[in-house]
Design a binder for this molecule. Structure first.
Ligand code: GLA
Length: 663
């Protein structure tokens, strides 16, 4: 195997290496970050194997030498460490890829045909490895994007049908990793409404442990696509090898951790194959979502700082930018408000000194007014009784007071009590011949349908065109998908098993259109709390709402857990009336992310109001450190009767430390 240097090109991407090898020759392909390396190697039949995952070594020949540790010599040798395990031939372990070919044959074999490494930026390389089935010519490209400084790798796969007929993708994982070793610990994050992101650490034993969602939308409600893998012992904050990351997909996901008969670990992550067989017509390519992970040899603290840095630099919308502090009316009014009350609340936002007033649920619906959570979703016209002069009046009222105005929507949903439901039953996900089953009294719209995509885009577009001063959107998604059945797929003779994937693709498509027209308007990603925080959606959103649980003590734990994966700039934290703690405690906890308030300002005591005003001023003086600095989880509330988190400015000249002591 020889590298052919192409030198520098005039393209933005610089090709560092392309493959020139003869078949049967051993090819070694390292994917390297500053500290670490993942190394792949072919065998004499051009099949590709993972042969190393560890600290970066000084030369390629060193990788060839350490690769021998992955060579096992019993009957199971060669079954486990395939770089992307196909099915139906020699492999008898859990596959990453399962295809039914055009002629009905379920076997796939993959061999290396080409690879290339390109320098995308001084910090980023992209390795593309093309594999092909020698019989069916189905093409699979493995992509590895390595962010050197952050020790972060993003990997995904594309599958191209080069047959004459359609093929069916039954399983199409994003990543198939392999770690040789003897002892692995997994921390997964599970929970439910008001109990998001609860960590569970377990020692992985032989067999398969799967973490998955089948909820359709709001995928993180019960289990999340986040994981921490620790090697050689339970995860520690400041020492030991860990990888920590997420499958960045906003629908059903599956993470499979399999300890094999050699006590090595196989990790397959991707879209959940449950009810998701996907037909790929001839000539068409399917691209999976990415698995993103940060590799650390110094525990979870460093892994999180790396991932947060990556997220700010490369993923979250406006990750290096500014955010708006706010006053939200949800908990002070719920659905019970009118124009006069809102104008007063806008005045309260001004009094507090925050940047924006955020009008929450309840402002829309006329035939079916949104006066509670049973009616109105889908009818996105101002309620004329509550807002006789429309939203424009409020936007202007805010402007005249020098605060910005934001608004809540939940555009993917419909209440059966709505004009939309009455006029467009064909847009609703439901089983035509079975009773409807509701989550929070609502149903999900069929985003596989391009007309529904237009409808959702137009809700946002209309809000911005009718109210040019509108500064912010809170985009909610409260329901899961029950009775998964798409009238659109049915009408177009497409398989129902494509709904779960097409829904998410449809959502991304709408968001692409919104961001093409409104590239920077800040948007909060909400899903009845943190049901949807993932790095595919955070490309479009500036921030997310972690939980409706705003009890400040519970929040210390919750924000601690989110911080493993998310930067504070993207984590919205509001001061509310939950909990018994004094205002200072509540404000401090909310100041550890992007600060907001959801309290009745007019009912605050004089001293509490004065304190809140000074807390906003104080926050403004250090928010830059919270938003853009490095975060250190100093003392865990899980193991101490206290908790402490430190934020340090990049140049290490300023820092803010929060410490809480339990009674
Ligand atoms: C969800 C959100 C809340 C609020 C309500 C409105 O529960 O998480 O913050 O917006 O919806 O109905």
């Amino acid at each position: 195997m020889k590298f052919k240097s192409l030198g520098y090109c005039i393209f933005t991407w610089v090709v560092l290496a392309i493959s020139t090898f003869s078949y049967g020759q051993k090819v070694t392909i390292p994917v390297e970050t500053k500290n670490d390396a993942l190394v792949l190697q072919t065998d004499s039949q051009d099949r590709l194997w993972t042969v190393y995952f560890g600290k970066r070594l000084s030369s390629k020949s060193d990788y060839e030498a350490v690769a021998s540790q992955y060579h096992f010599s019993d009957d199971n040798a060669g079954l486990y460490n395939n770089a992307y395990t196909p099915s139906g031939t020699w492999n008898l372990s859990e596959p990453a890829l399962e295809i039914t070919h055009g002629d009905g044959n379920p076997s796939t074999e993959l061999k290396l045909v080409h690879y290339q490494e390109s320098q995308l930026s001084p910090n980023t390389t992209l390795t593309e490895i093309q594999l092909e089935d020698p019989v069916y010519k189905t093409g699979v490209t493995l992509f590895y994007k390595a962010y050197s400084e952050q020790n972060v790798i993003e990997q995904w796969v594309s599958i191209t049908n080069r047959e004459k007929q359609s093929i069916i993708l039954n399983k199409y994982a994003s990543a198939n990793l392999f770690f040789a070793g003897k002892d692995f610990y997994l921390t997964s994050f599970q929970g439910g409404y008001l109990k998001e992101m609860q960590p569970f650490q377990e020692h992985l034993l032989q067999g398969v442990r799967a973490i998955e969602s089948k909820l359709g939308t709001r995928a993180m409600l019960l289990g999340t696509p986040n994981f921490i893998l620790s090697f050689g012992g339970p995860a520690k904050e400041n020492s030991g090898k860990v990888i920590l990351g997420q499958l960045a997909w906003s629908g059903n996901f599956k993470l499979e951790f399999e300890v094999d008969s050699h006590q090595s670990l196989r990790f397959i992550a991707g879209i959940n194959p449950y009810e998701s067989a996907y037909t790929l017509p001839a000539g068409v390519t399917f691209t999976t979502p990415p698995l993103v992970y940060s590799i650390s040899n110094q525990g979870t603290g460093q892994a999180s700082r790396q991932l947060q840095d990556w997220a700010r630099n490369d993923r979250i919308l406006e990750g290096k930018g500014e955010r708006l502090t706010l006053l939200n009316n949800w908990e002070s009014t719920y659905f019970d408000f009118d124009e006069a009350k809102l104008v007063n609340l806008i005045g309260d936002a001004k009094t507090l000194g925050v940047d924006m007033f955020l009008l929450d649920d309840g402002w829309f619906g006329n035939q079916f007014p949104r006066n509670n959570d049973h009616a109105g979703l889908g009818d996105w016209q101002e309620n004329v009784k509550k807002l006789p002069h429309g939203l424009g009046y409020l936007v202007k009222a805010a402007k005249s007071k020098g605060v910005k105005f934001g608004i809540w929507i939940e555009p993917e949903m419909v209440d059966p009590q709505s004009e939309l439901y009455n006029h467009h039953l064909d847009w609703v996900i439901r089983q035509p011949d079975r009773p409807e089953k509701y989550y929070r009294n609502q149903l999900v719209l069929d985003l596989a349908n391009p007309e529904v995509q237009d409808f959702v885009f137009n809700i946002v577009d209309h809000l911005f065109t009718a109210n040019p001063g509108l500064a912010f959107i809170k985009w909610d998604c409260n329901a899961v998908i029950y009775n998964a059945y798409s009238p659109y797929l049915h009408k177009n003779n497409l398989p129902q098993t494509e709904l779960y994937v097409d829904y998410v693709m449809g959502l991304y498509h709408v968001l692409d259109r919104i961001r093409a027209k409104y590239p920077k308007v800040p948007m909060m990603l909400c899903s009845g709390g943190g049901g949807r925080a993932d790095y595919s959606l955070l490309k479009y959103f500036t921030e997310f709402w972690p939980s409706d649980d705003t009890d400040p003590v519970e929040r210390i734990f919750l924000q601690w857990n989110y911080s493993y994966f998310f930067a504070a700039i993207a984590t919205d934290c509001h001061v509310t009336n939950w909990g018994k703690e004094p205002i200072k405690f509540r404000t401090d906890v909310a100041s550890m992310g992007k600060l907001g308030f959801d309290i009745n300002v007019s009912q605050l005591s004089k001293s509490d109001l004065a304190f809140c005003k000074s807390a906003v001023l104080n926050y403004n003086s250090f928010k830059d450190i919270i938003w853009h600095g490095n975060q250190y989880r100093l003392a865990s509330p899980y193991i101490n009767p206290y908790a402490s988190i430190l934020y340090v400015q990049a140049d290490q000249k300023r820092a803010v430390m929060f410490t809480y002591l339990s009674d």
